[in-house]
Design a protein around this ligand. Structure first.
Ligand code: UD1
Length: 348
């Protein structure tokens, strides 16, 4: 039976790998699940894996935090060892984190076939570590599994068309696997609120920008419930940044509770890529606290708006009107099966 290694490590990868892992096993492949340990807090890893139905990893590399070079290098060394030991016929990587680039680099240097799930996304902002990870992983990998037509266009324009396949987005599969009616609401969901998440270095690592974002949240017409990623929690305490009274901090939520919180809210404020799409699919308005988005499909009908530096007019931006959208640009929730079929083909 051909062996396929899934490399995950950070919160969004546990979500993306769930549907693919199940589809690979259903397609008769022998799956080896490796967790680099990039995210190690229970709320960022184990709790998410359980929530999305990802099985327990076969190998845990326990790499943890570090600067980009240190973290990626530690993963690369350990991944090479585990790939040599386990001898997978193919390796799958997900998204754009340091775990993604480390997995792709380790595998391709060993001559193992490599596939990249969520290929072809571009923010065209090379100051983002994720943009560099995506570009490098796409150019290294043998098979590029693109979630959207826009992603396919980017791959084509970089000369990668022959290795690219449009599969739809596995995050739709993940979302559709959750019965939101059965997920408990947050205690604050009864009132009219916004929910928010902030974790990108461009928002968290400069004390002036971080204060500006929080103060802009504080000026909105409703309270903002901010689900704080460890990076944000750390920076808030390092910089001793005060939080406006109407901005309420919480621990990160499990995947299904986060979806439910978005659904129950009056809108989302985020710098996350995945949540922009989840809001779009759930029919909730999102305001993106960044200068660009990798998901231009969400901008249609006003469902997403990129705030950039327009924090002084965030209030008006958040209150903008939307129009209904018929299209399902992210696919119908069968991307996991598509991907499994492509992997079977690749191994033929
Ligand atoms: C990473 C990804 C980003 C993704 C995000 C999702 C890269 C370059 N970035 O960013 O693309 O959107 O994950 O969450 O790979 N920390 C903890 N506990 C944890 C995890 C992190 O305390 O479980 C702290 C550490 O101090 C760490 C910092 O948060 O230094 C940042 O973590 P890191 O994995 O470097 O990047 P993220 O900001 O999480």
């Amino acid at each position: 039976m051909p062996k396929v290694m899934n490399v995950v490590g950070a919160r969004p990868q546990f979500v993306k790998a769930g549907p693919v892992s199940r589809a690979l096993v259903a397609a008769g492949l022998d799956e080896i699940l490796v967790n680099t340990g990039q995210h190690y807090d229970d709320l960022m890893s184990d709790a998410i894996m359980k929530d999305v139905g990802l099985r327990e990893p076969d190998v845990d590399l326990g790499v943890g935090s570090g600067s980009h070079g240190h973290q990626t290098a530690a993963m690369l060394r350990k991944l090479e060892d585990v790939m040599v030991e386990r001898g997978p016929d193919a390796v799958l990587t997900y998204g754009d984190t340091n775990s993604t680039i480390a997995g792709a680099l380790a595998a391709t240097k060993l001559g193992i076939l490599t596939a990249h799930v969520e290929a072809g996304l571009r923010s065209f902002n090379r100051a983002m570590p994720e943009e560099l990870n995506r570009i490098a992983t796409d150019h290294l990998s043998d098979l590029l599994l693109a979630p959207t037509k826009n992603a396919m266009d980017h791959l084509r324009s970089e000369g990668l068309e022959s290795r690219s396949r449009l599969t739809g987005d596995v995050m739709v599969d993940a979302l559709m696997s959750i019965d939101l009616a059965r997920v408990a609401t947050q205690p604050w969901a009864d009132s009219s609120v916004y929910v928010a998440t902030i974790h990108r270095p461009s928002n968290t690592d400069d004390p002036i920008r971080l204060s500006a974002v929080l103060n802009a949240f504080g000026r909105l017409d409703k309270p903002v419930h901010l689900l704080a990623h460890p990076r944000l929690q750390q920076r808030l305490s390092d910089f001793e940044t005060p939080t406006p009274e109407s901005v309420v901090l919480h621990e990160p939520l499990p995947y299904s509770s986060m979806l439910r919180a978005v659904l129950d809210s009056d809108g989302l404020l985020t710098d996350s890529g995945g949540l922009q799409k989840e809001a779009f699919i759930l029919g909730k308005k999102c305001t993106t606290i960044r200068s660009e988005t990798e998901w231009p499909e969400t901008l249609v009908g006003g469902w997403n708006a990129v705030a950039g530096d327009r924090l002084d007019v965030l209030g008006d931006l958040v209150l903008r009107a939307t129009t209904p959208v018929e299209d399902d640009p992210f696919g119908r929730g069968d991307a996991g099966e598509w991907i499994a079929r492509e992997i079977v083909d690749l191994l033929r």
